[in-house]
Design a protein around this ligand. Structure first.
Ligand SMILES: [Fe+2]
Ligand SMILES: [Fe+2]
Length: 285
C-alpha cells in the first residue's frame, strides 16, 4: 500500500472553546446510564496529564523539523493544551456530581512516571501510538451519532469538539516520528512502532477498564455484573472497541499513515451539524 502523507492543504485550527462553565452536570450525563458515563469519565480522567505528556514528548522534536511540520506541532500543542484545560473542568464537574477520580488520576501519573524514564524517542513513539488511538476513537465518535445522542448537550459538545481536533492533528506525532527516525531502517522502525503499540494498547485497555470499574463501584455496581456491563458496552453495544478494531490493525500494515484514511469530511460534517462543538472563537488563529 502506498503511503499517503499529510494533506498539503490541511490547516490545523485551534478552536478556543469553553464548555459547561457554571453549569451542574448530571451524575449520569450520558443517557442516564452509569456504565456509559463511567466509560467516558474514565477516559476523561486521563486527558489532562496524558495530553500534557503528549505535548512534552512531541515538542522535544520540534527543533530541526521542517517548517510545515514545526507549524503543525505548534498548532497541535495549542489544541492539546486547550483539551487539557476543558477536561480539567469536565472532571471537576464529575467530581461535583459525586465521583472521586483520584485513583484514576494516580494511575495515569504512575504510568507516565515510568514512561518518562525512557528515552525521548520512546516517549514520542508512545505518543504517536496513543494519538492513533485517539484519532480512531474520534473518527468513530463523530461518524456514529449513536455514541453521544443521549448525552447532555454541553458534554456532547465538548467530546465532539475534542474529536474534531483529534482528527485534524492525528498525523502530527506520526510525522514527527517519521522525521525523527528518518535514519532508521524500515524494519527497525516498524519493529519499534509495533512493539510500542502493543504495549500501550495493553496498558490503555487495562487502565481504562480498571478506571471504569472503579467509577462503577462508586455507583454500587460491582463484581461480575460490573465486568459484564462494561464489556458489553465496550465490545457489543455500542461497541466502541469492536468498531475501532480494524482501524487499530491498519496501524501495523506496511505503508501505514494516519491520512491513508482521509476523514476530513467528518470534521466538516460535525462542524455544520454541531455548531456548539466547532465554533472557533473570534480570536482563534
Ligand atoms: Fe486532545
Ligand atoms: Fe491528540
Amino acid at each position: 500500500m502506498a503511503r499517503a502523507t499529510t494533506p498539503q492543504d490541511l490547516i490545523i485550527t485551534p478552536r478556543d472553546r469553553r464548555f459547561g462553565r457554571g453549569t451542574k452536570q448530571d451524575r449520569w450525563w450520558l443517557g442516564g446510564d452509569p456504565v456509559a458515563t463511567a466509560y467516558y469519565n474514565a477516559l476523561s480522567a486521563t486527558f489532562p496529564k496524558g495530553e500534557a505528556y503528549f505535548v512534552e514528548s512531541v515538542r522535544l522534536f520540534r527543533d530541526g523539523a521542517p517548517p510545515k511540520l514545526a507549524e503543525e506541532i505548534k498548532a497541535f500543542v495549542t489544541q492539546e493544551v486547550m483539551h487539557s484545560r476543558e477536561h480539567v473542568q469536565f472532571n471537576k464537574r464529575a467530581l461535583e456530581a459525586g465521583y472521586d477520580m483520584s485513583a484514576l488520576e494516580a494511575r495515569v501519573e504512575w504510568r507516565l512516571s515510568i514512561s518518562r524514564k525512557r528515552p525521548p524517542i520512546v516517549n514520542l513513539a508512545a505518543t504517536m501510538c496513543l494519538e492513533h488511538f485517539t484519532a480512531i476513537l474520534a473518527h468513530q465518535l463523530l461518524g456514529n451519532p449513536r455514541h453521544l445522542d443521549k448525552a447532555d448537550p454541553e458534554s456532547a459538545a465538548l467530546w465532539r469538539w475534542h474529536a474534531i481536533e483529534e482528527i485534524e492533528h492525528k498525523a502530527v506525532a506520526y510525522d514527527t516520528w517519521l522525521h525523527a527516525t528518518r535514519a532508521m531502517g524500515r524494519w527497525q522502525r516498524w519493529r519499534i512502532k509495533a512493539k510500542v503499540m502493543l504495549f500501550v494498547t495493553r496498558n490503555f485497555v487495562v487502565d481504562r477498564s480498571l478506571g471504569t470499574l472503579e467509577l462503577l463501584r462508586q455507583d454500587g455496581i460491582t463484581g461480575p455484573k460490573a465486568w459484564g456491563r462494561m464489556l458489553w458496552f465496550a465490545w457489543v453495544r455500542p461497541g466502541m472497541m469492536r468498531k475501532i478494531l480494524g482501524a487499530w490493525l491498519a496501524f501495523f500494515l506496511p505503508g501505514f499513515h494516519p491520512w491513508n484514511e482521509d476523514d476530513r469530511a467528518l470534521i466538516g460534517r460535525a462542524e455544520s451539524a454541531y455548531r456548539d462543538a466547532a465554533l472557533p472563537a473570534p480570536s482563534a488563529a
